[in-house]
Design a protein around this ligand. Structure first.
Ligand code: SAM
Length: 274
């Protein structure tokens, strides 16, 4: 079907398959072709690109990704959607739908599988109930990704692109350039969610990603109790408290500061010494 994401087409598909959106899977189908186009544009898909989509739903966004990318691998957790997607996306042989919880996908094997494509991009109208789990999985992964474009609750998108520090925000800053792309009103979804949404993008930089998971755990330890000082938070995990004091001194970090008062470079320096 063409333009799956038009309201009448989406309703037709839902009706034909007697499908009701499952709240527990965070299902809100996007029904605005302009927004779909804008999301795809944010990804700047080049030739020979493989796009991984998380949660294709009934295929509205997938269709437009498939028109721009050489290959699309789309993971959805809901088995009811498998028949729907083979029907709605039958005109797009470059789309491969996989029934799998994205959180269980082995990204190393996936990267190996798609290594012949020049670019790897991840796009998702995210299932909001696991936004941070999915983002963390992508950000700490050592595989080479060009860019991530994701739609999430507006509040979350604003937080992740504001100056307010959090482990995830710092992790995203560490791996790439984060941008708030645009706001999406709740009216363009079926069913209509209670909140507005927004699209953000992360353009990854070339870097050594070996220790990212460990660095993220370190950031989590630094922010464990936000009101406590960096020294107090880190002393919960440090074996040797005198050594911790020395390291803070070497990094020129006042032990009385709170984590949110440190810069990304200071966290990196501290992490390298701890
Ligand atoms: N992409 C479609 C669109 O834009 O209309 C649907 C987006 S809907 C907000 C989120 C999709 O993620 C649903 O299709 C849902 O079944 C799927 N989903 C939920 N949890 C998932 C998980 N753990 N792994 C993969 N897909 C998941």
């Amino acid at each position: 079907m063409r333009d799956i994401g038009k309201v009448n087409h989406t309703l037709e598909i839902l009706d034909h398959f007697e499908l009701r959106a499952k709240k527990s899977f965070g299902q809100n189908f996007l029904v605005d072709i302009n927004i779909i186009r804008n999301i795809v544009e944010c990804a700047h898909i080049k030739e020979n690109t493989c796009v991984v989509e998380i949660g294709p739903g009934i295929g509205g966004l997938t269709e437009y990704i498939a028109r721009a990318a050489k290959k699309v691998i789309a993971y959805d957790i809901d088995e009811r959607l498998m028949d729907v997607l083979s029907y709605s996306l039958s005109e797009y042989p470059n789309v491969e739908v996989r029934l799998q919880d994205f959180l269980t996908v082995d990204l190393h094997s996936l990267a190996e599988e798609v290594k012949d494509y020049e670019h790897l991009i991840i796009i998702s109208n995210l299932p909001y109930y696991i936004t941070s789990e999915i983002l963390t999985k992508i950000m700490i992964s050592p595989i080479k990704i060009d860019c991530f474009v994701g739609m999430m609750q507006k509040e979350v998108a604003l937080k992740l692109t504001s100056k307010e520090k959090s482990p995830l925000r710092l992790l995203m800053d560490c791996v790439g350039e984060v941008n708030y792309e645009f706001t999406v009103t709740a009216n363009v979804f079926i069913p209509k969610p209670n909140v507005d949404s927004a699209v953000i993008s992360v353009t990854f930089k070339e870097m050594n990603k070996e220790n990212l998971a460990d660095f993220y755990h370190f950031l989590q330890a630094c922010f464990k109790q936000r009101r406590k000082t960096i020294y107090n938070n880190l002393s919960q995990v440090a074996q040797d408290k005198d050594k911790l004091k020395d390291i803070l001194k070497t990094c020129n970090i006042d032990p009385k500061l709170r984590a949110e008062q440190l810069s990304l470079d200071q966290f990196k320096e501290l992490y390298d010494l701890i």
